[in-house]
Every structure is written in structure tokens, then in C-alpha cells.
Ligand binder design. Structure first.
Ligand code: FMN
Length: 354
């Protein structure tokens, strides 16, 4: 007999789009590309996928490389395309392109603090310029039929909760929902996410609010929903090399049951299908290089981590990646690898500047 959780899992709506279940894969640059989104969707779970952030200026300049970032296939809906930039006209023009490429929702990035993004006036910098932020939302709402959402931080600097007031204005400008990464921009990923901030934004607006920050296991999602009243939860880093987290979270929220973790073989098979799918878009060499930092996450918790990490870092082909995993399996079964050498993420991706 399963013990149900303390929440009743309800879908929420972004415009007319039903997000069911209310568990969302967070946008992550260099991670949530088409191959990873397909994988997460296939394993099951998310009510919404979000692309990695896409530069509207690059779309304006017709960058062929940027166009490949859409990669929206039929199995990815509903999907939000996340755009960054600060020029309302260019953002609106990019939103039209995104809709032509299959976007069900346009999401505006107002949370990324890296200088490359902020110096354009976009990303988290936009939280400091309410007038432009509103104009951007209004321009996109006028340009496309699909709903427009905003992903933001709590504010730029500690203690300056910009988002409550800003979100109210953006709501008036036509934003249909908000996702809040419950940290200030200057924090990057340091410190703990402060979920009280999510509760405060939820109080401030009438449109749905999705909570984000530090969901590491399914029970955290339940706690976030209970403590903040948010309409949905968004999961980022915990999904890297662990696409099961979304399925497990949805299952837990529905039933109170924690599903058994996938075994080594399933993890390896999934890692290989990830790199094979990405190879279809980027080519094998590029796909293997691109995933060098992410593939070791699939075997988090298994012994022989440093050997596997080093092996994958020097692999150039999918066959070589496969051989590294196969070799690791043999060593694990024979007990050759040290049980204290388990993979604990030290990869820079864990500390990416978003
Ligand atoms: C590698 C990486 C890339 C990210 N890229 C984006 C991005 O493109 N757009 C965005 O809004 N947030 C981005 N983020 C932030 C995440 O969406 C999320 O807000 C943050 O990681 C906190 O959630 P978490 O604790 O579940 O990871 C990124 C985070 C990481 C780790």
C-alpha cells in the first residue's frame, strides 16, 4: 500500500496549454538540447520542456549554428523556447522564428548573469530595467499567438527582491507565467536557494509560478510545493546524467513511492543513446566532445569514477565511450575498483554561471 504525498498534484495552465504533470525540465545551456529533451521525454515525466537559452541577436543575424539549437521534434511538446536579448523588435522577430520552429511557448530569460548575456542588457540585467523588460514582453505578446513566460531570479543583489514588483508589471504586459530560480543573480549557484522568495512571488502575481532551485530528490519537490504554494516545480542540475529524476519526482508526487534507481546497464545504455542521438545532429566527434563532461554523471555513485572520467575525457568516438563503460563494468563486477572512488561531480558544469 503506497502512502500518498501531502499534496494533490494538479496541472496548471500557461495560456491555453495544460502543463500536466506540473514538473518542468529547466533550461540549461549546452545540456537541454534536442537529444537530451527527447531522452527526458522518452523516459517519462515532464509536463513541459524548455530549450537552452537562444540568442535573439544570433537569430537576427541568421546564424545557421543557432538555428540548429531548436531541434524541436514531434515528441517534445509542449515545449518552451527560451530567448535572450534586450531589443523588443529583435526579440519579437526571434519569437516568430521560434514559433515557426515549433515553440508552444516563448520564455524570456531574465535570470542569466554571465557578462556575455548581461552586457546585451538581456538575462538578469533586465531585472534592473523594468521599462525595457515590459516592452520586451509586450512586443513578443503582440508578435506571436503563443503564450509568453518569464524565467527570472529573485533580483540582482542580495536582499533586493526585484521580482515581486517586476512580475506584477510583466503580468500587466501580458506574461502568462513565471519561473523563479530562488537565488539572487550575484549568487550564481552559490549558497542555498531561498524558497521563501518563491512564496513571495506566488503571493504577488495571479499567473502560475513555477519554483526552481535545489530540487535534488523527489521529496524536495513535495516540500517546495508545500512551503511555497507554487503551481509547478522545475528541475535542472539533478537531471544531468540522471534523466530519471523527473519521472521519479512525478511518480513520487502522485503515489508517495520512491522508484528503485536504474542499474548500471540501464544507465550506460541511456548514456549511449544520449550520445548517439546528439551525434545525429552534431556529428559523432562533436557529440562525444560535447558530452564529455556529462556522460560520467550517468554512473554517479559507482566505483572507479576517476578511471571512467579520464577514459571518457579522452574518448573521441562512441565506440571508445562504450569501451570505457564496458571496461568499468568488468572491473566493478570483479571488485577491482575502489568503492571510495565514486563519481562526485567536480565538473565545471555543476558550477556553471547561471
Ligand atoms: C549547465 C547549466 C546551464 C544553465 N543554462 C540556463 C539557461 O540556458 N537558461 C536559464 O534560464 N537557466 C539556465 N540555468 C539555470 C537552471 O535553469 C536553474 O535555474 C538552476 O540550475 C537552478 O535549478 P537547479 O537547482 O534545479 O539546478 C543553467 C544551469 C546550469 C547548471
Amino acid at each position: 500500500m503506497l502512502s500518498p504525498t501531502n499534496i494533490q498534484l494538479q496541472p496548471y495552465k500557461i495560456g491555453s496549454i495544460v502543463i500536466d504533470p506540473p514538473v518542468v525540465l529547466a533550461p540549461m545551456a549546452d545540456v537541454t538540447n534536442g537529444a537530451f529533451r527527447r531522452l527526458v521525454k522518452r523516459i517519462g515525466g515532464p509536463g513541459l520542456l524548455v530549450t537552452e537559452l537562444i540568442s535573439t541577436m544570433a537569430l537576427h543575424h541568421k546564424s545557421a549554428r543557432t538555428m540548429t539549437m531548436f531541434d524541436i521534434t514531434d515528441d517534445q511538446h509542449p515545449i518552451a523556447v527560451q530567448l535572450f536579448g534586450a531589443d523588443p523588435e529583435i526579440m519579437a522577430e526571434a519569437a516568430k522564428i521560434a514559433v515557426d520552429e515549433g515553440a508552444d511557448i516563448i520564455d524570456i530569460n531574465m535570470g542569466c548573469w554571465v557578462p556575455k548575456v548581461c552586457k546585451t542588457g538581456g538575462g538578469a540585467a533586465m531585472m534592473n530595467d523594468e521599462a525595457t523588460a515590459c516592452r520586451v514582453v509586450e512586443a513578443i505578446v503582440a508578435a506571436v499567438e503563443v503564450p509568453v513566460t518569464v524565467k527570472t531570479r529573485a533580483g540582482w543583489d542580495y536582499g533586493h527582491l526585484a521580482t515581486a514588483g517586476l512580475a506584477r508589471k510583466l503580468e500587466e504586459s501580458g506574461a502568462s507565467a513565471f519561473a523563479l530560480h530562488a537565488r539572487y543573480a550575484v549568487q550564481g549557484h552559490t549558497g542555498n536557494a531561498d524558497w521563501n522568495l518563491i512564496a513571495q512571488i506566488k503571493q504577488a502575481v495571479s499567473r502560475p509560478v513555477v519554483g526552481n532551485g535545489d530540487i535534488k530528490q523527489p521529496q524536495d519537490a513535495e516540500r517546495m510545493m508545500l512551503e511555497t504554494g507554487c503551481d509547478g516545480v522545475m528541475i535542472g542540475r539533478s537531471a544531468i546524467g540522471n534523466p530519471w529524476i523527473i519521472r521519479d519526482t512525478v511518480h513520487y508526487l502522485r503515489t508517495g513511492e520512491i522508484l528503485p534507481a536504474p542499474g548500471f546497464d540501464e544507465r550506460v545504455e541511456t548514456a549511449l543513446s544520449h550520445v548517439c542521438d546528439l551525434a545525429n545532429t552534431l556529428g559523432e566527434d562533436c557529440a562525444v566532445r560535447h558530452l564529455r563532461g556529462q556522460l560520467p554523471h550517468y554512473i554517479r555513485g559507482y566505483p572507479g569514477a576517476s578511471r571512467i572520467r579520464d577514459g571518457i575525457h579522452s574518448a573521441c568516438t562512441i565506440l571508445e565511450v562504450e569501451a570505457v563503460f564496458r571496461h568499468a563494468r568488468t572491473r566493478i563486477l570483479s571488485g577491482e575498483d575502489q568503492t571510495d572512488d565514486v563519481y562526485s561531480p567536480r565538473n565545471p558544469i555543476e558550477y556553471a554561471a547561471f
